[in-house]
Write a protein that binds this ligand. Structure first.
Ligand code: NAD
Length: 261
């Protein structure tokens, strides 16, 4: 229970990678503020499961992170309800796939808002109290697309490169203060976000699910396997531990050698 007594705010915690991060951090004993969309029934079941399995206090705060004011409100409410926040996981993200010259402006704005600006608003809101406590862990879930590009992902690649830049600046500004800031850069992880891209490939290529998954992986990820959400969760939990106190400003790939090429 290395995170006993700590309090974590995790965005996008109702699905995919964020859900696994919430699980791994709760397992280490931290109380949890969940942020993310979902039905009342799904969110209640998730809160109850985390509380019953790990004995931690869990709340959910509703916020649309595409809106700056709602990000600020989420941070304020989380601090009010839990006293303070020690761990911030900026994980919420969306994708839209289209060539740059046909990229819808609304989708550009939305991807930049959720994947990049929300992290800025939350870091800016929560950093002062982390500095006062001389402890803080900020983890930005970027992507391999924070390090390299791919066709048809202009907004996502721009946002994730921006998030890696924000990580570096935050790490420099907090160095030696007890606060660390790192980015995790996953390759393909099988979640609803990637599910949509598999379905698109099946439809466009008139191919089976198995072929679509294989092509998706063989295009980019030499391991030929999806990264598991729990593996990203375990890395996030490690970055919160004392053992990781001197890892800051890093962008850590977990990508089956995608970015080694
Ligand atoms: P997902 O679609 O399963 O989950 C996304 C989460 O973000 C959900 O909880 C959703 O409710 C929340 N969210 C989306 N828009 C929101 C908004 N406007 N306001 C509040 N919450 C919002 O996606 P995932 O695959 O688990 O992705 C999580 C993160 O990991 C994203 O930042 C994504 O870019 C990144 N990532 C994913 C992969 C992958 O292969 N799945 C790879 C690299 C990076």
């Amino acid at each position: 229970m290395v995170l006993g007594g700590k309090r974590a705010l995790i965005t996008g915690a109702t699905s995919g990678i964020g859900l696994s991060i919430a699980e791994e951090i709760a397992k280490q004993g931290a109380d949890i503020v969940l942020s993310g969309f979902g039905t009342v029934i799904e969110i209640e079941a998730l809160k109850q499961r985390l509380h019953e399995h790990y004995g931690v206090y869990v709340i959910h705060i509703a916020a649309d992170l595409s809106i700056g004011e709602q990000c600020r409100m989420l941070a304020e409410q989380a601090q009010r309800e839990l006293g303070s926040i020690d761990i911030l996981i900026n994980n919420a993200g969306i994708q839209h796939v289209a060539p740059v010259d046909q990229f819808p402006k609304e989708q550009w704005d939305a991807v930049l808002a959720v994947n990049l600006s929300a992290a800025f608003h939350l870091i800016a809101s929560l950093l002062p109290s982390m500095r006062r406590k001389r402890y803080g862990r900020i983890i930005n879930i970027a992507s391999v697309h924070g390090l390299v590009g791919s066709v048809n992902k202009a907004a996502y690649v721009a946002a994730k490169h921006g998030l890696v830049g924000l990580t570096k600046v935050t790490a420099l500004e907090t160095a030696g203060s007890g606060v660390t800031c790192n980015a995790i850069c996953p390759g393909w992880v099988l979640t609803p976000l990637v599910e949509a891209q598999i379905l698109q490939r099946m439809e466009e290529g008139h191919i089976s699910r198995e072929s679509a998954e294989q092509r998706l992986l063989s295009d980019k990820q030499p391991s030929g396997e999806f990264v598991l959400p729990a593996q990203v969760g375990a890395l996030a939990a490690f970055l919160c531990s004392d053992a990781a106190a001197n890892i800051t400003g890093a962008s850590l790939p977990i990508d089956g050698a995608w970015t080694a090429q």
